[in-house]
Design a protein around this ligand. Structure first.
Ligand code: ATP
Length: 196
């Protein structure tokens, strides 16, 4: 069974993913794999260069600042970049899941609802936390400004929009019993995987 694990910036999805790993479940980190592919997949590099120009890479390394500037000012370019990267990440996850002998295989990704990728998973888990708490956590974690976090948040859907599309929701506020919620969801998923 494949499970999409998502949540807005600073919600705590990576923290939940680490707990799942410590329980012995394989977790595929989409954003990390996307970065690795941009650094190593020559077909992808060629396509990025042919659309965004030679400046997209500098000494063989992805020129993040250059690309960020382009896609920030032009949403159509962002869509194109995603269309180049996402199918490759999906294929990589499919192989990861296929070669795993675990009943449950998780895919941690920031924007599975926004991209429509959620429909590729058997189940989805959304990690939520109050917006102010998420901003505080990310400002501390990344040592960045409130405005930086807010800008990144503005590109993502609200929890209210994602919740009805999610099979499970984890509340990750400071006083929430997160481990207990994760255990209950894993039990439900295992029940479901043996009954289907
Ligand atoms: P991003 O989308 O930016 O990658 P994320 O959803 O993966 O964010 P995390 O990196 O897991 O979020 O968490 C954000 C920060 O909040 C981290 O520094 C993490 O240690 C902290 N954090 C997560 N959950 C809790 C919690 N329940 N209590 C206190 N701190 C937490």
């Amino acid at each position: 069974m494949t499970i999409g694990l998502t949540g807005g910036i600073g919600s705590g999805k990576s923290t939940v993913a680490k707990v799942l790993e410590s329980m012995g479940y394989p977790v595929f980190y989409s954003d990390q794999v996307a970065k690795e592919l941009m650094a190593s997949d020559q077909g992808l590099q060629t396509e990025i260069t042919s659309h965004f120009g030679e400046n997209a890479f500098e000494n063989g390394k992805l020129n993040r600042a250059y690309l960020a500037e382009i896609i920030f000012s032009n949403p159509a370019d962002k869509t194109i970049l995603n269309q180049l990267i996402h199918p490759r990440v999906r294929a990589s996850f499919a192989a990861f899941a296929q070669f795993s002998d675990s009943k449950l295989v998780f895919n941690e990704a920031a924007i599975i609802f926004e991209t429509g990728a959620y429909s590729n998973f058997d189940k989805t888990i959304l990690v939520t936390a109050p917006v102010e708490m998420r901003i505080d956590r990310v400002m501390k974690r990344d040592n960045c400004s409130r405005e930086d976090v807010q800008n990144r948040m503005d590109n993502q859907w609200s929890d209210d929009r994602k919740t009805p599309l999610s099979d499970f929701v984890i509340k990750n506020g400071d006083a929430d019993a997160v481990l207990y919620q994760i255990e209950l969801i894993v039990e439900a998923l295992l029940d479901h995987s043996t009954s289907s």
